[in-house]
Write a protein that binds this ligand. Structure first.
Ligand SMILES: Nc1ncnc2c1ncn2[C@@H]1O[C@H](COP(=O)(O)OP(=O)(O)O)[C@@H](O)[C@H]1O
Ligand SMILES: [Mg+2]
Length: 237
């Protein structure tokens, strides 16, 4: 078995001194592929993302990127390794302009960021039009574009998204998924959590159904969509 590009391997842990939330949970994704985590509310999806990004102290298990063990690294050091994380909430600076948000995303960089800003605007043209507006004035879908764009400013190898389509219309969701596919085609590995399970599994190379902090089902997006048990218990038939 070859090592995946990114793996949270048998992660067990919780918040502070509290009870474990994750139980032997494994999430992995190959280079340039899209991994999707789905599962009921409170299943530990966001917690698994935080664990992979280094925001949780694991009691056991490991996180590796390109074969390198990064379990002990801080989130900031993981950014330097090529990871970018768009959290579920508070993922933009609402009182800063769109362009200032993008500039903030590049705070670790010393080189010229202009080209990357233009790439973000090419991906999300509406942001070019609104670059001088405060991000807080934008629609929900546009704010999510700012959040994704800000994450892309670090030129990551891995883009982690926690519910990027929360609260947006189905049309905006489809559009955002198309852009995420485009990002993956450019070679950036995607790890995302989604509430819109059917649509997200539709674009997933690999899917993980988490239940109570543990792996309940794992397979290609197609396999999970066709799995009778997954359909009955989770996708609503
Ligand atoms: N910051 C936190 N401190 C303590 N417990 C938390 C924290 N965040 C989440 N939890 C708990 O962890 C469990 C999993 O939550 P979460 O990972 O947010 O689930 P999901 O993203 O799948 O809805 C829940 O029981 C939740 O109450
Ligand atoms: Mg969550």
């Amino acid at each position: 078995m070859t090592e995946p590009f990114l793996i949270g391997d048998r992660m067990t842990g919780g918040y502070g001194k509290g009870a474990d939330i994750l139980h032997d949970c494994t999430i992995a994704v190959d280079k340039g592929k899209i991994a999707v985590i789905v599962g009921p509310n409170g299943a530990g999806k966001s917690t698994a993302m935080k664990a992979v990004f280094g925001m949780l102290n694991l009691r056991s298990g490991a996180v590796r990127i390109e074969g390198e063990d990064i379990t002990a690294l801080s989130p900031q050091d993981r950014v330097a390794k090529g990871m970018a994380f768009v959290p579920q909430t508070s993922n933009i600076f609402p009182s800063m302009t769109v362009e200032e948000n993008l500039e903030m995303g590049a705070f670790l960089r010393r080189d010229d960021i202009r080209k990357t800003i233009e790439q973000v605007y090419d991906l999300f043209p509406i942001l070019r039009d609104k670059r001088r507006q405060n991000a807080g004035e934008l629609s929900g879908g546009q704010r999510q574009q700012v959040a994704v764009g800000r994450a892309l400013m670090t030129q990551p190898k891995v883009l982690m998204l926690d519910e990027p389509t929360a609260g947006v219309s189905p049309i905006v969701m489809d559009e955002l998924f198309d852009r995420i596919i485009e990002v993956a085609r450019a070679g950036i590995t995607i790890l995302m959590v989604e509430q819109n399970a059917k649509q997200a599994l539709d674009i997933a190379d690999i899917g993980y159904v988490l239940v109570q902090g543990a792996n309940a089902h794992t397979g290609s997006g197609e396999e999970l969509l066709q799995d009778p048990e997954v359909r009955r218990t989770f996708l609503g038939g």
